[in-house]
Design a binder for this molecule. Structure first.
Ligand code: C5P
Length: 420
């Protein structure tokens, strides 16, 4: 498994960033004092580090601290005389092999998500072509605010790797998600991502997402409320973990994550064909799609006119994609999703057996349920033969990262000879 480090260690022993140029962005948050430790960790791992700060970051930590630790002047004022001639912002953006913004405040994430370039660091992020990593840090309510969730999802969808946040005690005295990930872990995460040594590196992950549309006639169809957000977040998380990802998606309004093979389908039958065509390629299949269980027996070729008082639609069962993938002789590791309105855990276990899946992730849906269809947050009960785990309510991007960790753990547990 990818190494998990003991947070009590002073710096990560496994990180190797020799010859890497890391641009470390610091934004205004109390966790900025911990960023000094990240500079030290990055340098110990062999990286060359330049630091850029937002004006608000300078209210928490003086640029001099980072200058002393990085051994280079700190970039913080876009319009300071001499700045552009020393190392201009485009040059600095090109110099970097990776940018890590830690802490990334809610305000900064929002600005980058909107493509604003109103200070030096935001400008660097916009100008950079190197991978961008962010370690969010903020009060738990700010992290869970729908605006922050939307910005986090937009950033993740565009290929920004969100590292954390972690749960725990916060500087404001509250407890919850929003703590900046520990500096040592951030250094390790970065080293892994840059070395291509992610949790799923070398593996091929096939994901289905979104709803399907079953035509009744040329203008009408049967569908459901699935937004595709969970599947898309999982595709980005699997890609961040180093996997080759193919995403078979029903009709949704989301942009597919960068560097993911996206296949658009409409009906359950098309999704079946697209998934089965790739199932032999995949090491892991995750069926997040809300596939229609029934489709009109025959779609009318002309629009149905409203003459009759009553119209009966004959529906046929669709083929179960998950079950069919799980029944393949050389099947991938199969993860099913279950959306339940009641007795979530019992139904998840039943589904695990009925579908022949290796893992089932279940969530509560329906009125009053906090996560599920068309929401930005989700909470999951995940089970497999011999174990289970609860992932508490969190933005889908965060749930996706946690689920990817669990999937990787179970995948390697069942393919022990392939332990990396
Ligand atoms: O049986 P149910 O629809 O509750 O199971 C949900 C799981 O099964 C999801 O992983 C979904 O993607 C998958 N499924 C499928 N093909 C179907 C129906 C559901 O792959 N026709």
């Amino acid at each position: 498994m990818a190494p998990r480090i003991d947070p009590s260690l002073p710096f990560p022993p496994l990180a190797d960033l020799h010859h890497k140029h890391i641009l470390l962005g610091v934004t205004g948050g109390i966790a900025a004092y911990k960023t000094a430790e990240i500079v030290r960790g990055l340098r110990r791992a062999g990286a060359e580090v330049r630091v850029a700060m937002t004006p608000a970051a300078g209210r928490f930590v003086q640029p001099l601290t980072f200058e002393a630790l990085s051994g280079h002047p700190v970039a913080h004022d876009m319009f300071a005389p001499g700045t552009e001639s020393a190392m201009g912002h485009i040059h600095l953006a090109r110099w970097a092999d990776a940018i890590l913004v830690a802490p990334a405040s809610a305000d900064f994430m929002a600005r980058v998500s909107l493509g604003l370039a109103d200070d030096l660091l935001a400008t660097l992020c916009l100008a950079a072509e190197a991978p961008l990593f962010m370690a969010p840090a903020m009060n738990r309510a700010m992290w869970r605010h729908p605006a922050t969730c939307a910005h986090a999802a937009a950033l993740a969808g565009r290929g920004v790797a969100l590292l954390g946040p972690d749960e725990g005690d916060q500087a404001c005295g509250e407890t919850g998600p929003g703590r900046m990930r520990e500096p040592a872990q951030l250094v390790l995460d970065l080293a892994h991502a840059l070395a291509g040594g992610g949790l799923l590196s070398g593996l091929r992950v096939l994901i289905s997402a979104g709803p399907t549309r079953e035509p009744i006639d040329p203008v009408r169809f049967i569908s459901n409320r699935s937004s595709g957000k969970m599947g898309y977040a999982l595709a980005a998380a699997a890609r961040d973990a180093g996997a080759d990802v193919a995403l078979v998606s029903g009709p949704v309004t989301l942009e597919p994550p960068a560097a993911v093979e996206a296949v658009r389908v409409e009906t359950a039958a098309e999704m079946f064909d697209a998934v089965m065509a790739r199932a032999g390629w995949a090491d892991i299949y995750v069926g997040t799609a809300a596939v229609a269980d029934y489709a009109p027996a025959e779609a009318e070729t002309a629009k149905i006119k409203k003459h009759a008082d009553r119209l009966d639609l004959a529906l046929n069962r669709t083929r179960d994609i998950l079950h069919s993938v799980a029944a393949l002789p050389d099947k991938p590791f199969v993860v099913g999703f279950a959306a339940e309105t009641d007795e979530v855990e019992a139904h998840a276990r039943t589904k695990l057996e009925a579908k022949g899946a290796d893992m089932v992730a279940a969530n509560a849906v329906g009125s009053g349920a906090p996560g599920g269809f068309d929401r930005d947050e989700n909470a999951l009960f995940v089970c497999w033969r011999g174990g289970e785990c609860r992932l508490p309510l969190a933005p889908k991007t965060e749930i996706a990262h946690r689920l990817v960790r669990l999937i990787a753990e179970r995948y390697y547990a069942e393919n022990t000879d392939q332990d990396p």
